[in-house]
Design a protein around this ligand. Structure first.
Ligand code: GDP
Ligand code: MG
Length: 223
């Protein structure tokens, strides 16, 4: 099982020019304000106040990056709260588009939804956006401690149906009881493995390109 050591805050980005690049896979956490993104990140980091947990949603309009050692987590600004101007909404949408447009910005996304409710129209939009961008993602249902096991399992099925994924693809979590932590870590492990295999493949193809150009250079010299 993936071990997570000391987690540190890296930086915040307000726009595309501030997004970070890394050799490590960057995993995004997205969802509506108050769904439990910061709490989810704190659970993974095993820290109480790494990412700020707020009862007053919608303060962050930034991408916040955290270094988890083997990977980087990006806490994305939440969506779906009422008292936001059109301009602010447009700014958010632009930030998300820029972020998910380039696979270098993000290798995988955790899309968080509240286990107690049907996904909102904004949740559906978010997931459709990820599908459209061919961004691999995992649905995480938060706040499992607020429901009985049976009610939670029923809602997992509903959420999976609305978001058009399999019920087995929804990870049920609680930041309070740490339920689902191992499954999440397992998923992250998969992302890290895939990322390093892709990097190795890229390195290999670069080497082959170099070899080919050396050979062709050699050929011209010989002519
Ligand atoms: N009972 C319970 N409350 C949670 C859980 N996760 C988050 N919360 C609460 O939901 C509120 C919003 O959480 P926060 O992590 O700030 O959400 P964010 O806006 O998505 O970052 C806070 O009051 C948290 O204490 C959970 O798993 N169980
Ligand atoms: Mg937050």
């Amino acid at each position: 099982m993936l071990k997570i050591g000391d987690v540190t805050f890296i930086t915040s980005a307000a726009s595309k020019s501030q997004f970070i690049a890394s050799e490590k896979p960057i995993i995004a956490v997205c969802g509506k304000s108050n769904v439990g993104k910061s709490s989810f990140i704190n659970m993974l980091a095993n820290r109480k106040k790494l990412a700020r947990v707020s009862k007053d949603p919608g303060r962050t309009r930034l991408v916040n990056y955290f270094d988890f050692g083997a990977f980087i987590l990006a806490d994305l600004p939440g969506y779906g709260f009422a008292k936001v101007s059109k301009a602010e909404k447009a700014r958010w949408a632009r930030l998300m588009e820029d972020f998910f447009a380039d696979r270098k910005n993000c290798a995988h996304a955790f899309s968080l939804v509240d286990i107690r409710h049907d996904p909102t129209a904004d949740d559906v939009n978010m997931v459709n956006f990820l599908y459209a961008g061919l961004m691999p993602f995992t649905v995480v249902a938060t706040k499992a401690d607020k429901l009985s096991r049976m009610a939670a399992n029923n809602n997992v099925k509903k959420i999976a149906a609305v978001l058009k994924c399999g019920a087995g693809d929804v990870i049920l979590t609680s930041a309070q009881t740490r339920q689902g932590l191992e499954q999440v870590l397992g998923r992250i492990e998969g992302v890290i493995e895939l990322h390093s295999r892709q990097n190795t493949a890229e390195d290999a193809s670069e080497e082959i390109c170099e070899d080919i150009s050396e050979v062709s250079e050699g050929n011209t010299e010989g002519e």
